[in-house]
Write a protein that binds this ligand. Sequence first.
Ligand code: GLN
Ligand code: ZN
Length: 757
Amino acid sequence: MKTSIIGYPRIGSLRELKFASEKYFKGEISSEELRETARKLRYENLEIQRKSGIDLIPSNDFSFYDGMLDTAVLLNALPERYADLGLSELDTYFAAARGYQGEKGDVKALAMKKWFNTNYHYMVPEFCDDTDIRLVGSKPFDLFAEAQHNGVKTKPVIIGAYTFLKLSRFMGTKKAEDFAEKTAAAYAEILSRFAAENAEWIQLDEPCLVMDMDESDKKLFVGLYEKILGSKGNLKVLLQTYFGDVRDCYSDICKLPFDGVGLDFVEGKKTLELVLHKGFPKDKVLFAGVVNGKNIWRNNYAKTLEIIGKITLNCGEIVLNTSCSLLHVPYTLENEAKLTNDVKKHFAFAKEKLGELAELKKITSLENPKDAPEYKTNSALMSESRSGENAAVRSRVNGLSEKDHTRLPEFSEREKIQKKRFALPLFPTTTIGSFPQTAEVRKARSDYKKGAISEQQYDEFMKNKIKDCIELQEKIGLDVLVHGEFERNDMVEYFGECLDGYIFTEKAWVQSYGTRCVKPPVVWGDISRAKPMTVKWSKFAQSCTEKPVKGMLTGPVTILNWSFPREDISLRESALQIALAIRDEVLDLEANGISIIQVDEAALREKLPLRRSDWKSDYLDWAIPAFRLVHSGVKPETQIHTHMCYSEFADIITDIDNMDADAITFEASRSDLTILDVLKANDFRTEVGPGVYDIHSPRVPSKDEIKTALRKMLDRIPSEKLWVNPDCGLKTRGEAETVPSLENLVNAAKELRDENK
Ligand code: GLN
Ligand code: ZN
């Protein structure tokens, strides 16, 4: 069996591309220097894959910013406003990626969206009615030639026509279907060109095929490929799918003249069933995605061999493949100096996954694979029990019943009790939690971590910051205060570090978008809370004021979604373990006099399954109860808030209401307030604070514009349910814009109160 991968990370094992790009943006290096860094990184990646013995090495998986954006450029689909700036080719590209503000003009970037169920974000191509799709770029051909020059005939990778059209935005009256013919023609031309250049394979990525498809979707897909494949000549075309199974179009895929089909056996719940029951055409090569491209655990060779064994009977040639691009895992374990070998042996990052593919290739070629030393080492590892098991946590989770997920008394009872207790004015004002994180704050944290200042010095510094922050909020006139979150580097990492069962890496960065990378912590064992995590700071903050100060926690679903999860227990079980730990913290906060507790679920929406039919059973059925478990133990007079960083929850509005929080704040200012109609139509019960201004921009919103936004909200939301707050936390903002923005917010609320007396 041959081996292949779908794509390799491109930011550099030490984030070299990020740093070079940022220098280029600041004018510190030339475009040629940036291109040189990129060339070097591509060469290193090529060498690593070649040395690992990968047979089908991808090219064009490199990008200066994003693959969807690259495809838009390739196909002449970049809106004219970017070309009109008259910048160089590279700068035009970056203008579309990041926006441009300078002497040549002022244009916003393309929209950015989450790439399926990952934490990667892609740039959304924009079509207007006169967008003229045709092949104008040369990047895939250039990178193919570059790799060939370096001694490797690669498999060029391009986002497929269907996915490209499905993920684009159509600004005019025309829709995807209206661009199908020209798009197909452009792809056909790409195929003929690669055929002429003697490429063996081309990989067309079509992850959209794992989503729900209706008849018109299928028609679009089939129509596109009937045309495209007509031009392939001797070139072999691989239809690559990932992030799920292709149940809706499997038969169509089998009928079309693809030479290879890539299927995901890791996340595709029905992939094996499809291949076994419906059969797989013997004249096509099956690229079997058996090595998980999204998570960092070692492959279980026994399980993989079992899958391979089953499909071998049904298929012709099989190629061993990753389940998706390795873009979603960190580079290599070699950069992790602090993790012990006992831990590291359980992990495989991108480079180590190449090694796994090579081992699997070797093992499967043997008559008795189970005799191979690589196989034996792997099964010994898999049967080893990791040290992280915690019997008390396990039995606590097992003992949970419905009543642990049910807060009493019910919402309307609590609402009365709380209105009386807090006696807040109409339209109470608050913030989402963090206040500007200055360089001085970051330095104090890192000095403390390094041992450069004592715990006492650190505590004193933090307490002073909190005291100032409370004073500032009182002066501004906010009603419900926060402590400012100065002690936190990141809303997940902070809790991960306080909880037992988590592991942290040093260099395991994963690209989130463009030059931004994240370093998700790893859920290693059973999660438990060794000691209170936030009580000290919240209690101190509350001691500085008569006004209520919100306790501030991150919720279990968000903590889990922004980590690398375990694979030996279910996500549900991990979420419940984390929920119990956060629940203990909630109860401790309450016992220490904190009357309002906010549990952020910023990432709850993110991991909603790609297929609607899986939403409940695979996700919401445990995610919502996990959240409820966190707060079901508090007294009726304790108020529970939650916060979400987006407003695209129209589809799951009743589930959000069922989280049974007393109040929810969310982003609304950038999303034209359509969510408000949905709230109204569904009689949303929870009190709501749709963000009245965008904290991602340094702009100061005027009092009048905040009032206008609030009036719109009041058209749909009963006045006694409306909170007034910014979009999200203020940690990325400066004090200079934060103070006047909040003053305007408070004054807008006050004036509205007077009008509504
Ligand atoms: N409480 C957090 C903060 O204010 C919430 C951050 C977030 O939603 N991403 O920073
Ligand atoms: Zn947020």
